[in-house]
Design a protein around this ligand. Sequence first.
Ligand SMILES: [Zn+2]
Length: 415
Amino acid sequence: MKNIIFCKRCLYSSNHPLGITFDKDGICSGCKIHEEKDKLDWRHRFNKLKKLTNRYRSKSRKNYDCIIPVSGGGDSYFITHVVKNILKLNPLLVSNNKYFNTEIGIKNLTNLRIKFDADILMQNLNLNSVKKVTKYSLTEFGNIYWPIIAGQTVYPVQIASKYKIPLIIWGAHQGIEQVGMFSHLNNVEMSRRYREDHDLFGVDAKELVNIKSNLNDEDIFNYIYPDDNTINSIGVRGIYLGNFLRWDPTIQHMLMVKKFKYRTSKFNRTFDVYDHVDCFNYMNIHDLLKLYKHGYSKVTDHACREIRHGRISRDKAIELVKSYEQKKVLHLKQFASWLQIDLKSLNFLLDQFKNKKFWDQKNIKSWQFKGLSNYIVNNKNQKKLKNKSILYFFKSRNKDQNNQNSNYIIFGKGI
Ligand SMILES: [Zn+2]
């Protein structure tokens, strides 16, 4: 492939969809910004966080101090732990039902509420609308996660406005973690612009209502960000914990498993056992679409993160990516039946998103993958790591439920 540059330290390339730059030594902006984690005075930064959050404590004690967006996976436990047990704030947890719930995810969410003795608000959007929007975003943009991300990024802001709780606390900023879009020193906060440009892939909810889509205002109003007047009158702001403490999701998750019994799961398509355990589709059909469109999948993100934290060598990371990225995708049948289309049509639809840059069509049935991992070369003169085996960090002790064929766990409205 012409003009493609790979980072000499991690596995990201100049093709990264969030945008990436390289220094004169061939190290990417994500790796450079990661170096700040070992240089910054985190004690000082955490004190800044304490001061900042103190200002939002409810004086009357008749309201919550802040909002934490949570799910049955991801960093929900760690954020709640920091906010509740270390900062001693009284948070309101909010969660948008994504409908592709696994049993592990629901158990994690229930356990979170109990272990942290916190109140939680759940949003269950009208299922018919969710299906319509999902079908449209899949057909048009090759994305099944648009309504989920739109819902989970806007719901906390709506609740902040409605309940007059101005402070929203998120985990890490993806743009900082993956590609070093900003320095930790920029103290970047949640913004409408980043949400639209990156979280939602440049697609605004209002654009979904058009002649082709068969969607109307009722289907999409819950995905629309509150207007500036509403946000400013309450003073809503969203901060990222990753700017105030040294963010390391793997170690954080291991701590959450030990302390609060966070449940983990093996996956077919990556070695990580902590991320997205609450969803049947994120590490399957959603990950497949990533591979189709961008030529790499989530295992590359996990591998890059582990290289940067010094737990695996670049060679080992390449080996892991190659062994996982083309593994079987599970739960396609369930998704097709949820969307009320047959499996053949779903597969046909998915094939439309194979980017010709990364996929060669031999004949009607056979494709050849020539994704990014085919072009990465091992670096000579790499320092050897004498670390514990990667298995030490990524062992799931829970019964492997997410890889079994079972139905989405239903709660709230509909099926
Ligand atoms: Zn890099």
